[in-house]
Structures are given as C-alpha cells and as structure tokens.
Design a binder for this molecule. Structure first.
Ligand SMILES: C[S@@+](CC[C@H](N)C(=O)[O-])C[C@H]1O[C@@H](n2cnc3c(N)ncnc32)[C@H](O)[C@@H]1O
Length: 241
C-alpha cells in the first residue's frame, strides 16, 4: 500500500492537483474556517499536515499557526513546495520524525482512505501532539454512505473515470496501481476509526458527515451543513489528546 502510494504520487508529482481539480478557492476558504475554529483555543505554535501532497492544506493552515511541517510519503509531490514558515520532509504517517508533544494540531485531508490501517498512525499522531492538541481529518468517503448508495456511486465513478484520466496523462499509472492507492475506495469504517482513536488515547472524538467540496453542484445543494451517518459522503474527524 505504502509503496503503491509512493509510486503513484512520485509519478504524478506536482501535477496532482491539475488533474484532481477539487482544491478550489472555495475549498480553501472552507478548510481555513474549520482550522480557525479548532485552533482558536490552541497555542497555535505548530501544525503537521500529514499526507500533504503539494501543500494545499499547509498553505491554508499557515494563516492560523506560526509554523508548520508538511509530510508526505512521496518526495516528488513535495518538490515544488516552498512556503515561508513551512518545513517539509518525506515520512510515513505511522512513523513521524518528531519529538513527543511537538505539535498543537495534526491535519490530514483525503489521506485516511490511502492507508491500509490506522492503529499505528493514530498512536504516532497522539504521541506527536501536545496535551489538548487536536487531530483533524476530512474528505474521506464513509463506508456507510457507500453501502447505502453503492449503485449510484459506481455509476458516478464510471462517468467520471478518474483512473482513465490519470492513466492517459501518466502511462505509469496502471489500473492496478490506481486501485492499490485508493485502498479504501469504498469508504472508511468510522466505527473502526473511532475505536482506533480511542485506543490511541484520544478523547472527545467527533465524527461528522457532509457534502462540501465534492463538486460545485453538491456545494450549492447541500452547503456546509453536517448530516447523520449515511446521509452524506464525506467524513470529518476531530479528536483531542
Ligand atoms: C489524495 S492526496 C491528498 C493530498 C493533500 N492532503 C491534499 O488534500 O491536497 C493523498 C496524499 O497522501 C499521501 N500518502 C498516502 N499514504 C501515505 C502514508 N502512509 N504516509 C504519508 N503520506 C501518505 C500521498 O502521497 C498523497 O500525497
């Protein structure tokens, strides 16, 4: 799984967002507001953007923190990321090159569904956070929503065909490689996530579901409201150490 992600993002490199196309100014404003709300009662010294890609989230988060660290398993996605106040390094989510209690906030957008399992990663995140620090994750598909609407989601995916878009631009991206990187393509199990977060020592775990950031139409129709499990596709997690 890790090798597949490293390989995939090394191939796509800094061109990633040019193909994905979901990191719009609206999305940036949405995430900025989420981070502002969470960070307002934190010291706001340092954050970690885990699975940072080419740094979309880091750039947003820097408005709210004095400094940040952007970490990714792929060297190539990090290559062109040069922002003042932002340090960057290659590392794996479950083995962070950080002292204990170094961070106020760890954030991961659209990353969990790329990871084989969460136990070790959540323990590492917990270790790296200061007491009272927050783990924030957003934009992974909920497996409960997928099960409820599997037929429609498969149809939507067939029309959108992300794999073909990537493979036609980057011949190294095969169907198999694409499938391996999207390990939880049918969603993450939020009950298992909650259990792993609890076992890692997190408290006050909030898991919510929303539609914002899928596309222009869903943003207009559903807005930024949160919904019950099964009624919205995207999972947002906020957990405190
Ligand atoms: C869908 S991209 C999201 C990038 C970024 N968070 C954003 O929203 O713009 C997923 C990122 O997670 C990284 N990744 C996947 N597995 C990882 C792991 N085990 N450790 C660190 N990064 C990982 C990938 O290399 C990729 O850059």
């Amino acid at each position: 799984m890790k090798a597949a992600n490293r390989n995939f993002y090394d191939i796509v490199g800094p061109n990633y967002e040019g193909i994905d196309g979901r990191r719009t100014p609206r999305m940036s404003a949405f995430l900025s507001e989420q981070i502002r709300r969470i960070a307002q009662d934190l010291p706001r010294e340092a954050f970690l953007d885990l699975g940072c890609g080419n740094g979309f989230l880091s750039k947003v988060a820097l408005k709210h923190f004095r400094k940040g660290l952007a970490v990714d398993i792929s060297l190539n996605v990090l290559r062109e990321l040069e922002v003042e106040g932002l340090y960057k390094t290659v590392a794996e989510a479950d083995f962070l090159p950080l002292k204990p209690a170094a961070l106020d906030m760890v954030m991961a957008v659209a990353v969990l569904h790329h990871c084989f399992s969460f136990e070790r990663m959540f323990k590492e995140i917990h270790r790296a956070l200061r007491s009272g620090g927050v783990f924030f994750s957003d934009h992974d598909l909920d497996s409960g929503f997928y099960r409820r609407h599997a037929f429609l989601i498969r149809l939507y995916r067939r029309m959108k065909n992300d794999q073909l878009r990537y493979s036609s631009r980057f011949p190294g991206i095969t169907k198999e490689l694409f499938a391996l990187t999207e390990y939880h393509e049918n969603g993450i199990d939020t009950d298992a996530v909650r259990k792993s977060l609890c076992e890692a020592g997190f408290q006050d775990i909030k898991i919510k579901f929303h539609w914002y950031g899928m596309n222009l139409w869903s943003d207009r129709i559903f807005g930024q409201r949160t919904y019950e499990k099964g009624q919205a596709p995207l999972v947002r997690i906020i957990a405190r150490k």
